[in-house]
Design a protein around this ligand. Structure first.
Ligand SMILES: Cc1cc2nc3c(=O)[nH]c(=O)nc-3n(C[C@H](O)[C@H](O)[C@H](O)COP(=O)(O)OP(=O)(O)OC[C@H]3O[C@@H](n4cnc5c(N)ncnc54)[C@H](O)[C@@H]3O)c2cc1C
Length: 501
């Protein structure tokens, strides 16, 4: 017999949690969503995003009906190479060095287009990411890197839309309600132990969905799992993703999965605060490095800025910056590429140095001037002939230097020069719980833990070493929806189970 007030209880008000709540509600479940943060911090990391969602499509016609403004005049001048489930799968396999969980990956790439459409039907609207993922050339917008769709209003718009849908559909939401443990019945999850401003509370439910994010905001867990120095990384998003729900599931016997010593981390403004700022959000990102060079305090390059499109390198370059002296680096551009820098390079929050010569730039920025001059001289001499085109992998590369620059290599020779100091900003952790294709949390023998489901950053097994940009929201949506459906179905069956005598 089920005496619970709720069929499903969802932990976390991010994209994954809201998708689970919508799906469970759609199946007729009574749903409570608990969120540890106060209302003004609702939406976790999802609220910090640019809203970019990696989805599949054959042509612009597949996406046009989903747009907030299907009459946008730019659409007629837009070039969008198709991006199929096979393309998405190939990207996932390539950047994770073949380690991504085969079952979860197949589900993700095949279900994302339908999930994006499902969210549209619920009330979400989308935009094409002209400012972040396309270059205007010859009067045409040319998209690159397989990532074209975003939530209207970025992460904030996404979470506002989710909250509206939840409210309209009758999902109950409680903020300042932190899940600290699982409530057990006959040894199985049957609700949560929560801490609220009023004290500890036990909340019973037919099924539990964990969507509480990773552990990236806890410096102790970062140092424990990611290794030395990671406690010093800046946190790009919410300070509330500190891993309690993850730990509670592990303590119950859930199976850890994925790359526990790995995380998504990027180049982030060196003057940024210790954790995310809800007004600046993702705009501390510095993602135009393929157009320039990146050097450390000694003026030395240490990575291939043009190894691939930014979408396939940015998530691992934060870790490379953390290894540099002072965990600092500088992105350097000249007047030729400055006009191509993303919008995140403009604005009051941007730390920026400008000078008429490389020596002056280095002195102002705090880089060794001789080191920078030597590096740029060698770099410029190594640039090979060829046409520069930022919308394709143009093969315009260097020869004879280490590390190489494999694409988009232009000499740095036209003042004024610009330097942007960056440090390592951690986005989320890759290690998490093992789930199956129905989003059921598995135990250490590989059996589903009855009544326990999970989605989003708290799940492990999809991402290793690296990540194709826009896959976090995509995975959270696909497996959040699945977790909500599975939880509703489990609660229904549990409710009809005869009472024991
Ligand atoms: C600055 C930034 C930009 C990003 N840009 C993109 C992008 O454009 N596209 C993309 O795909 N990904 C992006 N990401 C990654 C993306 O945020 C995530 O992959 C995705 O949004 C995570 O969703 P989630 O629901 O799993 O977690 P979250 O959105 O972080 O939600 C987890 C929620 O759980 C709550 N919580 C934590 N512990 C508890 C507890 N014990 N009890 C109750 N509640 C709890 C948290 O407060 C939080 O609200 C970005 C991340 C950041 C930080």
């Amino acid at each position: 017999m089920n005496a619970a007030a709720y069929d499903a209880i969802v932990v976390g008000s991010g994209n994954a949690g809201f998708c689970a709540a919508h799906a469970a509600r759609e199946c007729g479940a009574r749903v409570l969503l608990v969120e540890k943060a106060p209302r003004e911090w609702a939406g976790g990391n999802s609220a910090f995003t640019a809203g970019a969602i990696r989805t599949t499509y054959h042509s612009l016609d597949d996406l046009r009906p989903l747009l907030a403004d299907p009459g946008d005049e730019r659409l007629e001048r837009t070039e969008l190479p198709p991006y199929t489930p096979d393309d998405f799968l190939a990207d996932l396999r390539r950047v994770t060095e073949g380690r991504c969980d085969p079952e979860l990956s197949e589900i993700l790439v095949h279900d994302i287009a339908g999930t994006v459409r499902w969210l549209y039907d619920l009330g979400l609207r989308y935009v094409l990411l002209y400012e972040r993922q396309a270059y205007l050339s010859g009067g045409r917008y040319r998209f690159w890197g397989g990532l074209v769709l975003g939530a209207a209003g970025e992460g904030v718009g996404l979470i506002e839309a989710h909250a509206r849908i939840a409210e309209r559909n009758g999902v109950e939401i409680r903020y300042e309600t932190a899940a600290v443990d699982l409530l057990l019945e006959d040894g199985h999850p049957a609700g949560l132990v929560c801490v609220t401003p009023a004290g500890r509370e036990e909340i019973r439910a037919g099924a539990v969905v964990l969507a509480a994010g990773g552990f990236e905001a806890d410096p102790r867990l970062r140092a424990m799992y990611l290794g030395s120095g990671w406690d010093l990384a800046r946190v790009r998003g919410t300070p509330y993703n500190t891993g309690e729900a993850l730990q509670a599931a592990l303590a119950l016997g859930a199976q850890p999965a994925g790359h526990w010593s790995g995380c998504h981390s990027i180049a982030w403004d060196a003057q940024s605060p210790p954790h995310g700022d809800r007004t600046v959000r993702h705009r501390y990102s510095r993602q135009s490095y393929p157009l320039g060079i990146v050097v450390n305090r000694h003026g030395q390059r240490f990575l291939d800025e043009g190894a691939d499109f930014r979408n396939y390198t940015y998530a691992r370059y934060g870790a490379e910056i953390l290894k540099q002296p002072g965990a600092l680096a500088w992105q350097i551009f000249d007047a030729k590429t400055a006009p191509l820098l993303q919008a995140d390079y403009r604005g009051p929050e941007v730390t920026r140095v400008e000078a008429g010569s490389l020596r002056e730039l280095a002195e102002r920025a705090g880089i060794d001037p001789e080191g920078l001059e030597r590096t740029v001289e060698a770099f410029n001499a190594a640039v090979q002939p060829g046409a520069f085109d930022p919308a394709v992998k143009d093969g315009k590369r260097t020869a004879g230097i280490v590390p190489p620059k494999s694409n988009w290599a232009l000499p740095l020779d036209t003042p004024p020069y610009l330097a942007f100091p960056v440090t390592c900003g951690i986005t989320f952790t890759y290690g998490g719980l093992r789930i199956d294709g129905a989003a059921r949390v598995l135990d250490r023998s590989g059996r589903p833990i009855p009544g326990l489901f999970a989605a989003g950053e708290l799940v492990g097994g999809l991402f290793y070493h690296n990540y194709p940009g826009g896959s976090g929201l995509a995975a959270g949506a696909v497996f959040g929806r699945q977790a909500g459906r599975s939880a509703a179905e489990f609660a229904r069956q549990r409710a009809y189970r005869p009472a024991r005598v």
